[in-house]
Write a protein of this length. Structure first.
Length: 127
């Protein structure tokens, strides 16, 4: 069983934007959800999407099951956003409130904790 991510590493905050539909001018509309105690890691990683397309991720957000609040089902939110016509987006802020970037969420990876088969943390792949 893995221990939670050390809380001092979770100094960032993000505003998750889930597409809820489109307005009268066909622009996407978003519901914003504030998530505290996350960690933004800048990376350059090649991964594959659900449709087997190669994607170069620029960053990953780590969301701890114990310390990050609120607890959300990020896979369901991603599916809902895509069904409504747009990818989820997120703006990540550091502990001083400075915006670190505005990203599109392209992958949602829940990382299991064995042997309990619970989710240890979730990783959002960003571009």
């Amino acid at each position: 069983m893995l221990r939670p991510t050390p809380k001092p590493l979770l100094g960032d905050m993000m505003v998750l934007k889930v597409c809820t539909g489109v307005d009268d001018w066909e622009n996407p509309t978003f519901k914003e959800i504030r998530v505290s105690n996350v960690h933004l890691q800048n990376i350059r990683s090649l991964t594959k999407s659900k449709d087997n397309t190669e994607i170069l991720l620029t960053s990953t957000v780590f969301i701890d099951t114990k310390y990050s609040k609120p607890n959300l089902d990020y896979e369901s939110l991603q599916m809902l956003s895509e069904q409504n016509g747009n990818q989820m987006r997120t703006v990540v802020y550091n502990s001083k409130g400075k915006a670190l970037g505005d990203y599109a969420v392209v992958t949602v990876d829940p990382v299991p904790d064995y042997p309990d088969n619970k989710i240890h943390h979730t990783e959002l792949g960003l571009i």
